[in-house]
Design a protein. Structure first.
Length: 51
């Protein structure tokens, strides 16, 4: 499994219109990403949460 770096995420988000929603597809189902995120400083992770 590869990781999505912050730099790549920033480049993607710069080109997405503000009217779009962000969704995640894990292969079984699709979930919208909520506005709640978690930042794990110790593990250096940004965690997006499902609705």
């Amino acid at each position: 499994m590869s990781e999505l770096t912050i730099d790549v995420l920033k480049k993607i988000i710069e080109h997405i219109p503000s009217s779009y929603t962000v969704e995640f597809n894990n292969g079984n189902d699709t979930a919208k990403i909520s506005d709640k995120v978690e930042i794990d400083v110790g593990s250096e992770k940004l965690i997006l949460k499902k609705y």
